[in-house]
Design a protein around this ligand. Structure first.
Ligand code: AMP
Ligand code: ZN
Length: 466
């Protein structure tokens, strides 16, 4: 498999360093609220990467952390009057539910920052001993970026920025976990206790406090993946400062290569703009379910753009995925019948599939820099020529790699034309959103087409007018 490496800016072959298991790490969620579809674009792409490797026959080991202590989790748990553990536990459970609905494979290991405080303290002590960190006596500890000549290599920070950083010091003030590029400076490894932290502090050689956000990934990677591992992933916003800081901490403390490959996904926009609360464009899985969409349709939508390009999410394009998934289901049923396919193979059955038949091109798009959009296009092209049992297995192999689950066709849905199904779904979504004018309009259109939707509490049934 080949994948763009954001460190070297080249598409490179992925190779497990031990020749056996592909060991990779993805930065996980900060659990202080529900994850949005932008976050899920990144998590779904990480999941597809793993699936493509596994369907190709490569064993994987996937580690994804949980950020359960930082400025935001402390702030919001205090505001909610809950303990940090109760508060983050609640949002973690929600995250797991959403991931399951989206058919993301659970990572092999999901370590949390709070459960690794001693490892983080030990790493700080090592960095101080090696001259890469200092404790100025204000209860905090900082990483000295001037001590690491490769700082900025991943995000190509220009020399001017770095020179500025070297002469600046923000250590006198409070430093946020997240900051912008123009504030490059020594960053915090241990954050001394603040008045607003409540009970959320741990004892350390520098006094009570908590680790800085960037440190958890370095400490947990060291613990579970060692000094050199195969790939590190996350959204593009993490390249600077988060990943840059992880590299600095890990290479200075451990001396290894750290990640051999960097995988960054471009952001998801909504209606062409950055998601924003005030514009009402932050969608969660629950928001979209309320509008009548399924998580499988959301996954399809997230896969329909190449991960290196920004993608634009609209409710209109999500509507189209409903129809496309139904089309795929019908095509699968026809193909299965034609080839006497029998039971649909499970994910495990498809690992190491040796031939994809006419869907070889579709799978090839995935192994060539994870082009999910092109792969989906090739699936539809392949369906036109699919004839054999091998083709049918290949179709399922590509779907398993994409993690796409097809909707079950009911007896009636096989007779319902796709256009009618789509309009009925749109009407249900409008009704759920209490958009009565649109819902009535769609009811009339359906009637003109010879169909009526009988509503229940949880859904509707389509009936053909005689
Ligand atoms: P967070 O929970 O904020 O730490 O983010 C979890 C993941 O979502 C990180 O890998 C981010 O880079 C990623 N992310 C945040 N916003 C977006 C977005 N709009 N599109 C794609 N990925 C995102
Ligand atoms: Zn990280």
């Amino acid at each position: 498999m080949r994948l763009f490496d954001s460190m070297t800016r080249e598409v490179r072959e992925l190779q497990p360093v031990d020749g056996k298991t592909f060991r990779f790490y993805c930065c996980g969620p900060t659990v202080y609220g529900p994850a949005h579809i932008g976050n899920f674009r990144t998590f779904v792409m990480n999941d597809v990467l793993r699936r493509v490797l596994e369907v190709s026959g490569v064993e994987t080991y996937h580690v994804r952390n949980i950020t359960d202590v930082d400025d935001k989790t402390i702030r919001d748990s205090e505001a909610a009057g809950e303990t940090l553990a109760d508060f983050t536990g609640r949002w973690l459970a929600q995250f797991h539910t959403d991931c399951e609905k989206l058919n993301c494979l659970p990572p092999h290991l999901e370590p949390s920052a709070v459960a690794h405080i001693p490892q983080q303290i030990a790493m700080i002590e090592e960095l101080i001993a090696k001259g890469h960190a200092y404790a100025p006596g204000d209860g905090s500890v900082y990483f000295r970026i001037a001590s690491f000549s490769d700082y900025g290599k991943l995000s190509r920070l220009d020399t001017r920025d770095l020179e500025l950083g070297k002469t600046q010091s923000t250590r006198a003030g409070e430093q946020a976990d997240e900051y912008e590029k123009d504030s490059i400076s020594d960053f915090v490894l241990w954050k001394g206790q603040r008045g607003c932290d409540g009970e959320n502090f741990w004892e350390s050689p520098w006094g009570p406090g908590r680790p800085g956000w960037h440190l958890e990934c370095s400490a947990m990677i060291r613990e579970y993946l060692g000094d050199t591992f195969d790939l590190h992933g996350g959204g593009e916003d993490l390249a600077f400062p988060h990943h840059e800081n992880e590299i600095a901490q890990s290479q200075c403390a451990c001396g290894g290569e750290f990640a051999r490959h960097w995988f960054h996904g471009a952001h998801l926009l909504v209606n062409g703009k950055k998601m924003s609360k005030s514009a009402g464009t932050i969608f969660t899985i629950a928001d979209l379910e309320e509008k009548g969409f399924s998580a499988a349709e959301v996954r399809y939508e997230l896969l329909s753009a190449y991960y290196r390009k920004q993608a634009n999410f609209t409710l209109e394009s999500l509507h189209a995925k409903k129809e496309a998934l139904l089309k795929l289901s019908k095509a699968e049923a026809e193909l299965r019948e034609r080839v006497g396919g029998g039971e649909v193979p499970s994910y495990q059955d498809l690992l190491g599939l040796s031939s994809f038949g006419v869907f070889a091109e579709a799978f090839g798009k995935l192994t060539d820099d994870l082009n999910t959009a092109a792969a989906i296009g090739c699936v539809f092209t392949g369906l036109k020529g699919a004839q054999t049992h091998e083709d049918w297995l290949g179709f399922h192999g590509v779907l398993a790699a994409l993690g796409l689950v097809l909707p079950v066709l009911s007896d009636s849905s096989e007779e319902i034309p796709a256009e009618v199904q789509v309009l009925a779904e749109e009407r249900w979504a409008a009704r759920s959103a209490k958009d009565w004018a649109k819902s009535d309009e769609l009811r009339d259109t359906l009637k003109e087409m010879g169909w009526v939707a009988n509503d229940g509490r949880e859904g509707y049934e389509l009936e053909k007018l005689s």
